[in-house]
Design a protein around this ligand. Structure first.
Ligand code: SF4
Length: 194
């Protein structure tokens, strides 16, 4: 059986592979930061507002929304909680991820969305070609095609994450030192400049 991973592990891996090591190999007690608490509260509020929103923002005339959808795949050894799923009367399915940052960039969100699309495909047994990012600060919606290269990256990243866990070696740290500034593990990374 494959080591079970969470969709959010992809985000951590893309941010810095070393976070995976600290999380799984060298378990360090994690404290819930105010930012995390705030994030949870904001999520609840967005879900409440989103229930009243029209689907026009997604370029759709109709559809049924489901929130906080638990998805898992034994094939990928992956599970996660999708923010929202839209199903149209015609049977099209779209994953939607809520994003707190104002930036449209951020590879991790793109690949998280691809991972959710793959989980949906497996659980519903139908193709999922597009998804949406909902950018919370600007209240805007960004459509995204789920390409084959995104799917390939997700699979490669899951293998790389499992290699970190089974290899039990500290991976190289992120090349972007600015990421270390807000990292909750920075006190453990003595060679990253801290
Ligand atoms: S402090 Fe920097 S190198 Fe260490 S885990 Fe965090 S982001 Fe990675």
């Amino acid at each position: 059986m494959m080591f079970p991973l969470r969709v959010s592990d992809l985000k951590q891996y893309i941010y810095c592979p070393r976070i995976i090591y600290y999380y799984y190999v060298l378990p360090i007690p994690r404290r819930v930061t105010r930012k995390m608490e705030y994030g949870k509260l904001e999520h609840v509020e967005i879900t409440r507002l989103e229930k009243r929103r029209r689907l026009k923002a997604y370029g759709l005339l109709e559809g049924e929304r489901k929130f906080q959808v638990h998805l898992e795949s034994s094939r990928l050894g992956l599970h996660g909680l999708l923010d929202m799923m839209i199903t149209t009367a015609g049977g099209q399915v779209y994953p939607v991820e809520f994003k707190y940052s104002p930036s449209k960039k951020g590879l991790h969100v793109k690949y998280q969305l691809a991972a959710y699309a793959m989980l949906l495909e497996e659980s519903l047994r139908k193709p999922v070609r597009y998804g949406f990012l909902y950018l919370i600060p600007s209240k805007s919606v960004m459509p995204m095609e789920i390409t084959s290269s995104m799917r390939d990256y997700v699979k490669k990243a899951l293998t790389a994450i499992r290699n970190i866990i089974s290899g039990e070696r500290v991976p190289v740290y992120t090349r972007s030192k600015s990421r270390c500034v807000n990292c909750e593990f920075k006190n453990y990374c003595t060679d990253s400049g801290w």
